[in-house]
Design a protein around this ligand. Structure first.
Ligand code: IVH
Length: 725
């Protein structure tokens, strides 16, 4: 087929997997009727392909075509969940050629929780909530407190009372379609009576201790792999392509939250959970209502006491503001709600021998000392490596020169205490000097990079020593590439750390752009991927297709993927939302320098400090880096950031300044609400200001606004204006 594909129904026999990008654009343009018709055609074509492949053993389409059709089907279903067919091809798990699960776009993101580690953090959380809401410390404010289940979260969508879809959390925005598997879990009802028309129930899939132990015995007897802990067992069991395997695994489910709803469940968190229990879900019996931090912490201690007898793993207690109206006022930060926090249990400990200290070089050149340990079980997981942070930590000093571990240093041969908390990388926490071997010597951090031998220097104020080799350092290059393909970045199916390392070692990829040239370079010709050990025709094609699929990519992911120091996932999304497009972002980074307008704009973004800004600007000022970034961008179709829909918002695109005392909401809340409605909130009045909201006590800003002829509203006027949207 030549020329652009028309944005109408595709002729199915002609789908070219390389056109997946074009096909996805078409999905956004499909009407309900077209989507329905296409789902019907896809179901039929895929069923025919399945029969040809399995029953007749005579495939009528290529694997790549089959995968493209399945992907398109899943994408249409994700966009039109109501139109999903009862005989949907996504439900035919296990049908070869399986390329994994279909994807489900969560209509309400599945977020994670911020953590509290001690009583003070809990009091701070309460303080932050009150401050945001403008509630005095003596005003009543109820929270729920419930165990934090150590499993994996699942979102169940019910329509008309019927379970129509189950999806894992995935990256929080897009999860995996595990509907068939979820249906095999006894705790998950298939039908609900008297439920809202649309109800997404969220909760945790987990495995009990006795079931976990019995499963491992069965696995061992059958010569199959055993699981390190119940959470891994639950995740491995739910994410099975063959639902029959899931059925044989004893999974359970606790409901504790919800996503999309056609009508509210209740007025409070507690009543909503009771409603879910009435609908037939298992809810946790240790859920309580608490009147403030003292009661919350008391409930935490009570749960901690019972932890060992519960029969399933929990890793803390979750507190949530009970009043749902307050929850919605509090809203979310980029990845966590403001109205909830997880109070984690303390880490688990064990003692073992430190056999060696190795140095790893990270993507930003940081030299990290890693402890190689005599393997030891810590909280049910065998640990043989642990982090030692940096040279000060090993020497027994904190970053301000104060003592840690009473100043005891850590040496090879020492008897050390290892601790781990949940998913966190195990750490070496303490050392037993009475068992120190006589001939031991203090550890010395190398002053040259162990990989490229460039000088490794420690800048004043930096806790770590860094390799100065930059792009010539193979360790940095390979770590950057691994970061680039990681889950929150390009997340390329079939291209993990191991493959990146092999391709890098063999000179197939040296920089990010090379990944997108793999098909051209190694799809045909003298050296071909399919001829490499461990690869074949199908896996090679699958990888090339998976790479092509990621050419179209969200702006936030690209910014994160660059692996710039201090720019994590949340920050990358902030930057994406602010600049909107790749062109705007990269132009701003190239022109920003301390003090100019682009720099001011960058550092004005809530959540971007001078350190992060400096790191971004430094990167975009290095010619070799910029060239490499440009080469990568040339292969991509970077999607503009999807800003919240502010059409109809009377303040979208306007610059607003708040001044004086606000009486009906706090500054933070006012700012967050204005931003949600598409306004830009600034701290100072200038010619660019569109609206000044002035409460009592407004001073120089109100005067300046009057001089500049800027529209000025009082708090009620502002609330009237935004309530119109
Ligand atoms: S509430 C908006 N409640 O913890 C956040 N989460 O670290 C809604 N989890 O991804 C989550 N037990 O998988 C909530 N009782 C509980 C939980 C719980 C376990 C998990 C959940 C979430 C993770 C966050």
């Amino acid at each position: 087929m030549t020329g652009p594909r028309p944005h109408t129904l595709l002729s199915l026999g002609q789908i070219d997997p390389r056109d997946a990008v074009t096909a996805e654009i078409a999905i956004h343009e499909l009407s309900d009727t077209q989507a329905k018709a296409e789902l019907a055609r896809l179901a039929e074509t895929l069923a025919r392909a399945n029969t040809a492949y399995h029953a007749a053993d005579r495939p009528d389409i290529s694997d790549a075509e089959y995968d493209a059709l399945k992907r398109r089907n899943a994408d249409i279903e994700a966009r039109f969940p109501d139109l999903k067919r009862t005989d949907s091809p996504s439900e035919q798990v296990g049908a070869a050629p399986a390329e994994g699960f279909g994807k489900v776009a969560h209509s309400v993101a599945m977020l994670s929780l911020a953590n509290a580690f001690d009583d003070e953090d809990v009091a701070d959380f309460d303080g932050r909530v009150r401050k945001y809401l403008g509630l005095p410390s003596d005003a009543p404010l109820a929270y729920t407190a419930e165990p934090k289940i150590d499993g994996l979260s699942l979102s169940l969508r019910y329509q008309g009372g019927k379970l129509v879809q189950a999806a894992t959390r995935g990256d929080g925005t897009t999860g995996e379609n595990v509907t068939e598997n979820a249906r095999t879990i006894a705790d998950i009802p298939h039908e609900l009576i008297d439920a809202p028309e649309v109800l997404e129930v969220r909760g945790e899939v987990y495995m009990s201790h006795p079931d976990f132990e019995a499963l491992n015995v069965r696995q061992q007897d059958a010569g199959q792999k055993t699981f390190a802990n119940p959470r891994n067992a639950a995740a491995g069991s739910l994410r099975q392509l063959d639902a029959q395997i899931t059925r044989a695994r004893p999974l359970r489910f606790f409901a504790y939250a919800w996503g999309t709803l056609s009508e509210p469940l209740a007025q409070t968190q507690h009543a909503a959970i009771t409603r879910l229990a009435d609908l037939g879900f298992q809810t946790n019996p240790l859920t309580a209502i608490c009147d403030g931090p003292a009661e919350m912490v008391a409930h935490y201690r009570a749960i901690e006491q019972q932890r060992a007898q519960l029969g399933y793993d929990i890793d803390g207690v979750v507190y949530k503001v009970d009043d749902l109206t307050l929850q919605s006022r509090l809203g979310f930060r980029s990845t966590t709600p403001r109205w909830a926090i997880a109070h984690k249990f303390p880490a688990e400990l064990a003692w073992t021998r430190l056999e060696a200290i190795d140095i790893q070089v990270g993507r930003t050149g940081a030299l990290s000392p890693v402890a190689r340990l005599t393997p030891v079980t810590v909280g049910g997981v065998v640990v043989s490596n642990a982090t030692l942070h940096n040279e000060d930590y090993i020497a027994g000093r904190d970053n301000k020169g104060g003592e840690i571990r009473d100043g005891k240093d850590i040496r090879v041969g020492d008897w050390v205490q290892v601790y781990r908390a949940g998913d966190v990388i195990p750490k070496v926490a303490d050392v037993d000097l009475s068992k120190r071997p006589e001939q031991s010597v203090p550890f010395e951090m190398p002053t040259q990079c162990p990989d490229c031998q460039s000088d490794a220097v420690r800048e004043p104020g930096d806790a770590v020593r860094r390799c100065t080799g930059g792009l010539i350092c193979p360790a940095q290059a390979v770590e950057k590439l691994k970061h680039l393909v990681s889950r929150a970045a390009f997340d390329i199916d079939g291209l993990g750390a191991k493959q990146v390392e092999q391709f890098y070692t063999d000179g197939w990829i040296a920089e990010p752009a090379d990944i997108f040239e793999l098909r051209t370079r190694y799809g045909t010709g003298m050296q071909q991927l399919k001829n490499r050990e461990g690869w074949g025709e199908k896996s090679a094609t699958n990888l090339f297709d998976a790479i092509d699929e990621r050419r179209k990519i969200a702006l936030g992911r690209v910014i994160f993927a660059l692996g710039i120091r201090h720019v994590g996932e949340a920050a990358a999304n902030l930057l994406a939302n602010h600049y909107g497009t790749w062109d705007a972002f990269s132009a701003a980074m190239r022109t920003a320098e301390t003090g100019n307008a682009a720099w001011e704009e960058l550092t004005d973004i809530d959540g971007v400090g001078a350190v992060m800004a400096g790191s971004l600007v430094t990167t975009f000022n290095q010619q070799a880096e910029v060239d490499s970034i440009d080469r990568l961008a040339a292969h991509l179709d970077i999607q503009d950031a999807v800003r919240p829909d502010t059409s109809g918002s009377p303040v979208a695109g306007k610059t607003v300044v708040f001044t004086g005392t606000l009486e009906k909401m706090t500054r933070a809340e006012a700012k967050a609400r204005a931003e949600t409605l598409g306004a830009k909130v600034s701290g100072s009045v200038s010619a660019k200001t569109d609206i000044l909201v002035a409460g009592p006590g407004a001073g120089s800003k109100a005067k300046k606004a009057a001089e500049l002829g800027i529209e000025t509203l009082d708090e009620d006027g502002w609330l009237d204006l935004i309530s119109a949207s």
